[in-house]
Design a binder for this molecule. Structure first.
Ligand code: PHE
Ligand code: CO
Length: 295
């Protein structure tokens, strides 16, 4: 496999973050080696075994409809054929994490950027930045879901707007993305399920998010989520639970501009906070929690 074209490491308030070329790239499918396909197969098999009874019905339905191959790294073109007939979302290859505005612009135009390279064998249990497995296995299936696809597009449009408003607005939106798209839980008739891509693409967090006593599980509330800091280097201390993607669409329909203005004057909550007015599904035991490091 070729090496990703990393430009530089930027020191930010979230630590050192790799910055990549922002252009889209053709997936270099013929350049994947046997090890790359084996890594895909191994991670795919492990996650597929964990998801029944844990992943949301919407995720499992979307994943089945998309028919990704477990045997080899899927071709983006094939996945785009499946998407073209459903939501019209399209995936585009990228080198890695994008600057916020580039990312929002893709979503607003119903494109989802997917990292073209897959992690190395020694990174199968943990990788600190999104790779092809996280993006394809975790994010891309739900692009088949009509309501979720509309939510992502609305999010992209909202992101372009927030970017113009400034860093406070962007921070609120980043928290919303984190606690829904990346680490969201959904309540189904027979219990809580995972749909966030950061959970469904992680074997450890797939179990932790639902079965551990440590984290809080709290009903989704837009402003509560926008005020809550999060973890990027450990399992989440708190998961927010939606009733379904329609709820996300409804909650995000209002103009956020006055909400951003109001929240900018208020303190953010630490990641593990439980508030008196929270609707709590589970109050975390806090076992194993790091005492600092929320972003
Ligand atoms: N309603 C939001 C706004 O006015 C846009 C948005 C939609 C943001 C969906 C996030 C998710 O900014
Ligand atoms: Co992600």
């Amino acid at each position: 496999m070729d090496a990703p074209r990393r430009i530089e490491n930027l020191q930010t308030d979230r630590g050192r973050i790799p910055v990549y070329a922002t252009g889209t790239v053709e997936q270099p499918w013929a350049g994947y080696g046997a090890q790359d396909h084996a890594t895909w197969r191994q991670l795919f098999a492990r996650q597929r075994a964990l998801l029944p009874g844990r992943a949301s019905a919407a995720f499992l339905r979307a994943q089945a409809a998309m028919r990704m191959s477990p045997d080899a790294i899927p071709r983006f073109d094939d996945l785009n054929d499946a998407l073209a007939g459903t939501t019209g979302f399209r995936i585009v290859g990228v080198e890695g994490l994008l600057p916020e505005l580039d990312f929002f612009d893709h979503l607003a135009n119903r494109r989802f950027p997917v990292t073209w390279w897959i992690r190395r064998p020694e990174q199968v249990d943990y990788i600190e930045e999104p790779d092809l497995f996280h993006d394809l296995f975790g994010h891309v299936p739900l692009l088949m879901d009509p309501v979720f696809a509309d939510y992502l597009q609305a999010f992209g449009r909202g992101g372009v707007k927030a970017h113009a408003l400034g860093p406070d607005a962007l921070m609120c939106l980043a928290r919303l993305y984190w606690y829904t798209v990346e680490f969201g839980l959904v309540r189904e008739d027979d219990g809580l399920r995972i749909y966030g891509s950061g959970i469904v693409s992680s074997s450890g967090e797939s179990v932790h998010a639902l079965e551990s006593d440590a984290p809080n599980r709290i009903a989704f509330d837009l402003e509560r989520v926008m005020r809550t800091r999060y973890r990027i280097d450990t399992y989440q201390k708190t998961y927010f639970v939606i009733d379904g993607f329609e709820q996300l669409m409804q909650a995000t329909e209002p103009d956020f501009t006055p909400i951003y203005a109001r929240l900018a004057a208020q303190d953010a909550f630490p990641a593990g906070t439980v508030r008196d007015d929270d609707r709590v599904y589970h109050r975390g035991s806090r076992e194993g929690w790091a005492s600092d490091g929320d972003v």
